[in-house]
Design a protein around this ligand. Structure first.
Ligand SMILES: *[C@@H]1O[C@H](CO)[C@@H](O)[C@H](O)[C@H]1NC(C)=O
Ligand SMILES: *[C@@H]1O[C@H](CO)[C@@H](O)[C@H](O)[C@H]1NC(C)=O
Ligand SMILES: *[C@@H]1O[C@H](CO)[C@@H](O)[C@H](O)[C@H]1NC(C)=O
Length: 289
């Protein structure tokens, strides 16, 4: 029962928060009761997936309660140490040495962005508002999602992470699910560069590509989603080489159709077959005609 009354009071205060804060500001100018430390921040920016800490610094709190309320839906998140939402990512704790009630939001999601109200149970209520901004980092491997190189030539894959507040602890590369390591410095190089305050670049270089180097390359930072590209190492100029690749994805749209088309054309007009270099498979098809 006591709890219900409290919640009603809190809800009332959410809707009258602005006015209450005004009224109290005049009163607490005398410092006879609780007041918000004027240095308390009003704007917190955090990265998606990290923990956010929203501080509420209240002096002379006495035996008053501190609640955190989410503005979006007026949901009471916490009252003192108690969490009032069925989402255990939200938790409030007091650091007594700094008179700060901090709302912790774990594993921040994009929808957590918005205003939060720190409310003190004075009569009338006092409110302090903090805006939580959520930054979503972007990751991409530069260039096309299918990369074609001739066997023996070098290839460089650049994985670029932008809008990142926290530098990843590491960035791993995977080739068809297996970690790429610098066993042989003459064969492979992996470099990590910090380019500006919110941009990290990891570069994978294969100096002399072999057909076995074909496949899915994934750039996987410690704290973010990953990005992938498909590398196709062409064994000579021959289209057939590509069809033997590990990946089912058709590397160049039309090429596979072209060879089937040639196969059919060859059946009806055998002279065609002589003028064009065909794969052994297609030649045997022609012979079968
Ligand atoms: C809050 O911080 C973000 C990111 O630093 C900034 O873009 C925004 O303008 C700030 N808002 C206010 C009201 O200061
Ligand atoms: C808070 O403290 C004041 C005096 O310090 C007292 O009168 C009041 O009853 C207390 N309130 C609660 C809810 O304990
Ligand atoms: C490459 O591998 C990653 C990780 O296993 C996977 O998520 C992605 O879909 C693959 N990409 C392609 C094009 O096969």
């Amino acid at each position: 029962m006591m709890l219900m009354n409290n919640i009603n009071l809190f809800l009332f205060a959410v809707f009258s928060g602005g006015e209450a804060a005004h009224a109290v500001k005049r009163f607490t100018g005398l410092y006879t009761g609780p007041y918000f430390d004027p240095t308390t921040t009003t704007n917190i920016t955090t990265q998606l997936g990290t923990h956010a800490y929203l501080p509420c610094k209240v002096k002379q709190l006495g035996n008053k309660s501190v609640s955190w309320i989410r503005k979006r839906d007026a949901h009471i998140l916490t009252v003192d140490r108690y969490t009032f939402i069925a989402d255990d990512r939200f938790q409030a704790f007091l650091v007594e040495s700094t008179d700060t009630w901090t709302l912790q939001v774990k594993y921040v999601q994009a929808r957590d962005a918005g205003q939060y109200e720190c409310q003190v149970s004075t009569e009338p209520k006092m409110s302090h508002f903090i805006t939580l901004n959520v930054v979503v980092p972007k990751i991409e491997i530069l260039g096309e999602s299918d990369i074609f190189v001739k066997m023996g030539s070098a290839v460089q894959l650049k994985c670029v992470i932008t809008q990142s507040l926290e530098e990843p602890a590491y960035i791993f590369w995977y080739h068809d699910g297996e970690r790429v390591l610098k066993y042989d410095k003459n064969a492979i190089d992996i470099k990590l560069d910090q380019e500006g305050p919110d941009t990290t670049v990891s570069t994978l270089i294969i100096f002399h590509t072999n057909p076995e180097d074909s496949g899915n390359y994934t750039c996987s930072p410690s704290n973010l989603d990953s990005a992938s590209v498909l590398l196709h190492v062409l064994n000579g100029e021959h289209p057939a080489a590509m069809q033997r690749g590990k990946n089912s994805a058709s590397p160049i749209p039309g090429w596979s159709h072209l060879s089937i088309g040639l196969g059919l054309a060859a059946c009806t007009s055998p002279r065609f077959a002589v003028t064009i270099a065909l794969t052994l498979a297609i030649i045997s098809e022609v012979l079968a005609c």
